[in-house]
Design a protein around this ligand. Structure first.
Ligand code: AMP
Length: 343
C-alpha cells in the first residue's frame, strides 16, 4: 500500500528526482514541503494509512492543507467521495484564499462526461450492460432525456425481459426491480427513445461443482454454451452473453451514431467464451469512432473489456472513474468536483 515505489517510477517519468516522505502530515512532511524550491517534486505517503482520511476528519484536513498554498485534484475516480484529501483539505485552502483547481485528467473527465454529453452530436446511442439494473437505473433515467437509442445487454437485460413477461431461466436477474424496468420502458416510449433489448442470447447449463471460490461459494461450471434464438430462456439454462443477431443489430445502430456512450459489458466477458457480444460492440464503437463519431466509455468494466480486446486507444475517451463516472452521469454533484474553485 505504500507509495514509496511510485516515487522512483515518477522520477523516471519526470526525468528529475522525486523526494519521498513516509508520512502525509506532521512535522517531517511540513518541513520537507516548506524546503521545496521551484520545480522540486515531493511525494507523500498514502493518505489512507489514516482512518481520518475517509472520515473526512476536519483536524486531519487542516493538517493536510498546512502543506499547501494551492490545491489540485486529479483523482476523478475518487471525486464522488468526500474524504479529507478530496474535499476537506480543499475547503481549508479555499478558506485561506488559495485556489483549488482541477488537474488535466479531471478537466478531461468533466469535459467528456459533462459538456460533450450535454449537447451530443446526434444520433446519441447509449449502450448499457453489466450485472444490475439497480446500479444503473438512475443513469438510465437521466439518459432517457437525451438519448435517441438505448441498447441494453448484460445480465441487466434479463430484468427487463422478465418485466416484459419473458422467461429468463436461471439468468442473473433482480425480480424486485421489474417495476423500475417497466417504468424506464414506459418513459422511453413517451420520449420516443428506441430502447432495444436482446433478441437472442448465448445460454449455458450452470452446474454446481464441489469446488469453492475465494468467498466460499460453490464454483459454477458453465456447460454446453450455445445460441438461444428464442425470446424465452429455458428453465434450466442461464443467459451469459447477447447472441449474434443482437450483436449485429446493436452494431448497426452504433454505426449510425454521432455520439456513443458505453457503460457495462454485454456478457460475462471475463470468460472468453462469453466475450463475443462485448467484443462485437467494442469493434463497432471503434469503427464508428474511425468514421468520426465521438465515443465515450463510461469507466469500469467496459474500459477493461476494450483494453482486453486491444482497442483501448481507438475511442475518443475512456473514463478512469468507475463509481465516480456513474454518479456523475446520474447528474449527482461530486463532492471532490463541487469543492474546486477552478475547473
Ligand atoms: P457492472 O459492474 O454492473 O458493469 O457489471 C459488470 C459485471 O457484469 C461483469 O463482471 C460481468 O461478468 C457481469 N455480467 C455481464 N453480463 C452478465 C450475465 N449475463 N450474467 C452474469 N453476469 C454478467
Amino acid at each position: 500500500m505504500s507509495l514509496r515505489p511510485v516515487a522512483g517510477y515518477l522520477a523516471e517519468l519526470l526525468g528529475r528526482p522525486v523526494a519521498f516522505v513516509d508520512e502525509c502530515i506532521g512535522e517531517k512532511a511540513e518541513k520537507t514541503a516548506m524546503a521545496l524550491k521551484d520545480g522540486d517534486v515531493l511525494l507523500l505517503e498514502n493518505v489512507r494509512y489514516h482512518n481520518e482520511e475517509e472520515a473526512n476528519d476536519p483536524a486531519f484536513a487542516e493538517k493536510l492543507a498546512a502543506l499547501a498554498d494551492v490545491y489540485v485534484n486529479d483523482a476523478f475516480g475518487a471525486a464522488h467521495r468526500a474524504h479529507a484529501s478530496t474535499e476537506g483539505a480543499a475547503r481549508v485552502v479555499t478558506r485561506r484564499g488559495g485556489k483549488c483547481a482541477a488537474g488535466l485528467l479531471m478537466e478531461r473527465e468533466l469535459k467528456f462526461l459533462g459538456e460533450e454529453l450535454d449537447n451530443p452530436a446526434k444520433p446519441f446511442v447509449v449502450i448499457l450492460g453489466g450485472a444490475k439494473v439497480s446500479d444503473k437505473i438512475k443513469v438510465i433515467g437521466r439518459l432517457l432525456d437525451k438519448a435517441d437509442v438505448i441498447l441494453v445487454g448484460g445480465a441487466m437485460a434479463y430484468t427487463f425481459k422478465l418485466a416484459q413477461g419473458f422467461k429468463v431461466g436461471k439468468s442473473l436477474v433482480e425480480p424486485d426491480k421489474t417495476d423500475v424496468a417497466l417504468a424506464a420502458l414506459k418513459k422511453a416510449g413517451e420520449r420516443g427513445v428506441r430502447f432495444l433489448l436482446p433478441t437472442d442470447n448465448i445460454i449455458v447449463t450452470p452446474v454446481k461443482t464441489d469446488k469453492l471460490d475465494k468467498k466460499g461459494r460453490p464454483v459454477i461450471d458453465f456447460q454446453n454454451p450455445r445460441t438461444n434464438a428464442d425470446a424465452n430462456i429455458p428453465d434450466a439454462e442461464e443467459g451469459v452473453d447477447i447472441g449474434p443477431a443482437t450483436a449485429a443489430a446493436y452494431a448497426a445502430e452504433i454505426a449510425k451514431a454521432g455520439t456513443i456512450l458505453w457503460n457495462g459489458p454485454m456478457g460475462i466477458f471475463e470468460d472468453k467464451r462469453f466475450a463475443g457480444g462485448t467484443n462485437a460492440v467494442a469493434r463497432a464503437v471503434v469503427d464508428a469512432t474511425a468514421r468520426g463519431a465521438k465515443s465515450i466509455i463510461g469507466g469500469g468494466d467496459s474500459v477493461k473489456a476494450l483494453n482486453k480486446a486491444g482497442l483501448g486507444n481507438q475511442v475518443s475517451f475512456m473514463s478512469t472513474g468507475g463509481g465516480a463516472s456513474l454518479e456523475f452521469l446520474e447528474g449527482s454533484e461530486l463532492p471532490g468536483v463541487a469543492v474546486l474553485t477552478d475547473k
